[in-house]
Design a protein around this ligand. Structure first.
Ligand code: ADP
Ligand code: MG
Length: 481
């Protein structure tokens, strides 16, 4: 990064709220249906029809606000944002403008300097999504699919508190984790249920005034957010250092070419002619409603993380990974409570072998081939010395491919660890007798040959000898000579 320039970023995150019907109509929000089969007259923007607010979206927005310590506005107002686009037949989008439902709030991320950094949330407002223009597979013309029109969105706007692409991603991940914990958004980024616009500017280090920003539209993966912002920072530095000016504009990120391109010059708010929607009443929320919503809040990732460190004594970094998703955290807790192994061992296996297997097979934790109880069964056999940690990996793979419980696999494959010290001693004797050259070198001071001897014993026992005992026996017997 260029030391002369300071980067300033604010994110506008769109989280699609996980309601079964749309924000102002009873049409379904299910993803992937045939075009225009899930759009009713309200979504199609027919004249004379009236929107009716879905109460569930109010509850969900309120839940989010409470989770980030925001103020829930006692009164918020829907406004019309007027613009023309083929996927917006009404000619306006219903959004919230001057009076959003969620005001303020903050959350903590790991900053670039490794310290905790507080990111302020400006507001979160409710709005409807637009439809989609379709070009693929159509020759000479475009299609309009209005299934997505009227899908409820919560737009979460941050203050320009983020100072790098990495911080922007950390913030976005945190919001992603929170909305999934709250079960208000499925977080599916490929389907566009969670996406963001990144506002990026630079300024000479030390300057208080903000630089002119470019807005990067519709970034739908964490990787793209990071790459698009980094590209944009370099572009702006080049423009300014070449004596030019950054233009306030909207840009599109092209992931194939890893570059951003201008889309349109940025419109000003007054271009939209916002005004309160006369078809919708203001949303009024009282304390009793807020208290009832507060009752439904689950333990959030931050609190869970603290508890995992304090109660289970696991490493903070592991607690961060395990609490990023609620089902993963639940899986860890279920395994830890079912197993005699230490919580740190459980954390190690859930983050390591289990997550690797899930990734490899493209599975969610909910579809894990091993239940928490099955994994606990395996870890118990390490804990009681039936198998070594190394053999456990083989048992894990066998269990993953459906060969049964840990005990079944250990029995069927004869993997029980050799802990009988006289058996280990006699194998050690045989290895020492078979390698006189190495024995002489070891005794002459080449200590690291111990690894060679351990390897030989493990080879003789197909990895089943207890490693601690093997080490002990080798050192004892080699010292004897
Ligand atoms: P608009 O609604 O026109 O996109 P806002 O003023 O509401 O504009 O800001 C949208 C986002 O842009 C916010 O997240 C805000 O923090 C961020 N932002 C505003 N000014 C700047 C700037 N100069 N550099 C970076 N981000 C900015
Ligand atoms: Mg914007």
């Amino acid at each position: 990064m260029n030391a002369a320039w300071e980067v300033v970023i604010g994110l506008e995150i769109h989280a699609q709220l996980a309601t079964s019907s749309k924000i102002f109509s009873g049409a379904s929000t299910a993803y992937g249906a045939d075009p225009n089969t899930q759009a009713c007259l309200v979504d199609l923007g027919y004249p004379g029809v009236l929107p009716v607010l879905n109460a569930e979206v109010v509850r969900m927005a309120c839940k989010f606000g409470l989770a980030v310590d925001a103020t829930i506005a006692p009164r918020s107002v829907f406004a019309r944002k007027n613009y023309f686009y083929p996927d917006l037949p009404k000619g306006y989008q219903i959004s919230q403008y001057e009076l959003p439902i969620v005001v303020g709030g903050e959350l903590v991320i790991a900053g670039d300097d490794g310290e905790e950094k507080c990111i302020r949330i400006t507001r979160a407002h409710l709005e409807e999504d637009a439809g989609k223009s379709i070009h693929e597979g159509l020759d000479q013309y475009s299609g309009i699919d209005l299934n997505r029109a009227g899908t409820p969105l919560l737009e979460i706007v941050s203050e320009p508190d983020l100072s790098s692409a990495k911080e922007a991603v950390a913030y976005m991940r945190k919001i992603h984790s929170i909305v999934r914990y709250l079960e208000i958004c499925d977080g599916n980024m490929q389907e566009g249920s969670f996406r963001c616009d990144a506002n990026v500017s630079i300024r000479p280090r030390g300057q208080t005034e903000l630089g002119t920003r470019a807005e990067l539209k519709n970034l739908n993966s964490f990787r793209f957010v990071e790459k698009a912002i980094n590209y944009e920072i370099e572009r702006q530095i080049d423009v300014i250092e070449d004596g030019g000016c950054v233009r306030q504009e909207t840009r599109l990120y092209d992931s194939d070419r890893n570059e951003t391109r201008p889309m349109r010059s940025k419109e000003e708010a007054n271009d939209y002619r916002y005004f309160p929607d006369p078809d919708l009443l203001p949303v009024e929320i009282d304390e009793a409603f807020i208290a009832a919503v507060r009752e439904t809040l689950p333990e959030l990732p931050g609190a869970k993380q603290e508890r995992f460190v304090a109660d289970y004594g696991i490493k903070r970094d592991d607690a961060i990974i395990l609490t990023a998703s609620r089902p993963l955290a639940d899986y860890f807790e279920a395994t830890a409570s079912a197993s005699a192994a230490s919580a740190q061992t459980v954390a190690h296996w859930v983050i390591g072998d289990l997550s690797a297997a899930l990734n490899r097979d493209g599975l969610d934790i909910a579809d894990s081939a091993l239940s928490a109880a099955q994994l606990a069964g395996l870890l118990d056999r390490i804990d009681d010395n039936t198998i070594s940690g190394k053999i456990a990996k083989e048992v894990f793979d066998a269990m993953w491919s459906g060969e049964g419980s840990a005990d079944d696999v250990i029995e069927a494959r004869g993997l029980r660890q050799i802990t009988d010290s006289s058996a280990i001693d006699s194998i050690v004797d045989a290895v020492i007798a078979a390698n006189p050259g190495q024995v002489a070198e070891y005794r002459a001071g080449k200590d690291k040959l111990i690894g060679f001897f351990v390897g030989q014993v493990m080879k003789e026992t197909a990895g089943k000898a207890n490693p601690g005992q093997v080490n002990e026996a080798l050192k004892r017997k080699l010292a004897e000579g």
